[in-house]
Ligand binder design. Structure first.
Ligand code: FAD
Length: 301
């Protein structure tokens, strides 16, 4: 049930899915419908992001525990250091282990409210994701992931510094990294090459199915970069035609994923906005397989 073990035992490219904690009962119903629709496709793991505070954090903790106990899926919890003392982080990590969640994506997080505002660590807390990786490692046999940024983290002065700190996180005991959203396969492949200069940890691409202008805007925002002109020219003229936008957006993402798979990327991490339809369509188009070990011949028959 460790993410890296699943990935190393699968012989065909596979996928994983990211959800966010539901804010109310209606959203919870949607989330669980999506989880149940994706379960038969056997993703390598599913993850739930960690919110800025209070009820959304409870939402992560409760729903990821439910994934562990009520489904056949492999759960991964995101966890951030924002507004947490080390004692609180220990409690949350201990709780994950107690409910059967042994995969954690260790993040520093952003200051609540203004992501680019001044980062103020909790007086008894942590400052960088690297420290959270160490803490999780100290507390048990977890599989630990970290974030990586194809264009560099927005706070990093340059790519060299960004790579140095990313390698330190991996060195601190992380097993793999998931890349922030990007526009072209080469952007991801260059990040993978930078990591390979100092680590043999896997780097997995984060992929947003471009189904609506909103997902396109979110991709630009999260990537922290300007999209290439050719890509904006394919999508933006379709902004007022939802059907045409969705068709073109999914073609764009299919082409991106095909290129990544051709470059030996073993797994694609899909952002879902808690819906499953676009992810299911992409899994089908790309011929992604179950993460369960299967003899190749049996899998083909
Ligand atoms: P860090 O790795 O700590 O890096 C932060 C900055 O500090 C970088 O510029 C880095 O280069 C620099 N740095 C690192 N170590 C050092 C050091 N020792 N000395 C000096 N500088 C250093 N946010 C959430 O709130 N919840 C989520 O669930 C969530 N999930 C995410 C999932 C993915 C796949 C990604 C890519 C991001 C996610 N985020 C999430 C966003 C993330 O929390 C923010 O991007 C945050 O700004 C950085 O977190 P980090 O873990 O990358 O930080």
């Amino acid at each position: 049930r460790r993410v890296v073990d699943r990935l190393s035992s699968t012989r065909c490219p596979t996928f994983s899915v990211e959800f966010f904690p539901p804010r109310n009962e209606a959203e919870e119903t949607i989330l669980w419908r999506s989880i149940r629709e994706l379960e038969p496709l056997d993703p390598a793991y599913i993850s739930i992001t960690y919110g800025a505070g209070g009820s959304s954090r409870d939402g992560t903790i409760q729903n990821i525990a439910r994934v562990a106990t009520d489904t056949t899926l492999v759960p991964m919890a995101h966890l951030t250091a924002v507004n947490h003392s080390v004692a609180e982080l220990r409690n949350v990590i201990g709780h994950f282990a107690a409910v059967g969640v042994h995969n954690i994506l260790a993040l520093r997080g952003d200051p609540p409210g203004d992501p680019m505002g001044e980062w103020v660590p909790h007086p008894e807390g942590l400052t960088y994701a690297e420290e959270l990786v160490r803490l999780i490692r100290e507390l048990g046999d977890f599989c630990v992931g970290v974030s990586a940024f194809p264009y560099g983290h927005p706070r990093s002065p340059d790519l060299e510094t960004d790579t140095r700190y990313l390698l330190r996180k991996l060195d601190a005991g992380a097993d793999f990294a998931i890349a922030q959203l990007f526009f072209e396969a080469e952007d991801f492949l260059r990040l993978r090459d930078r990591v390979a200069t100092g680590s043999d940890a896997l780097v997995l691409p984060g992929i947003m199915p471009l189904t609506t202008p909103r997902t396109w805007r979110k991709t630009i925002e999260l990537s922290g970069a300007m999209p290439p002109r050719w890509l904006a020219d394919r999508l933006e003229p379709l902004s007022d035609d939802p059907k045409a936008f969705r068709a073109e957006g999914l073609d764009v993402i299919t082409e991106l994923c095909e290129r990544l798979l051709a470059e030996g990327v073993p797994e694609l991490h899909f952002y879902t906005f808690n819906r499953s339809k676009a992810t299911r369509e992409l899994v089908d188009r790309l011929g992604l397989r179950s993460a369960r070990t299967k003899p190749v011949l049996a899998a083909q028959s």
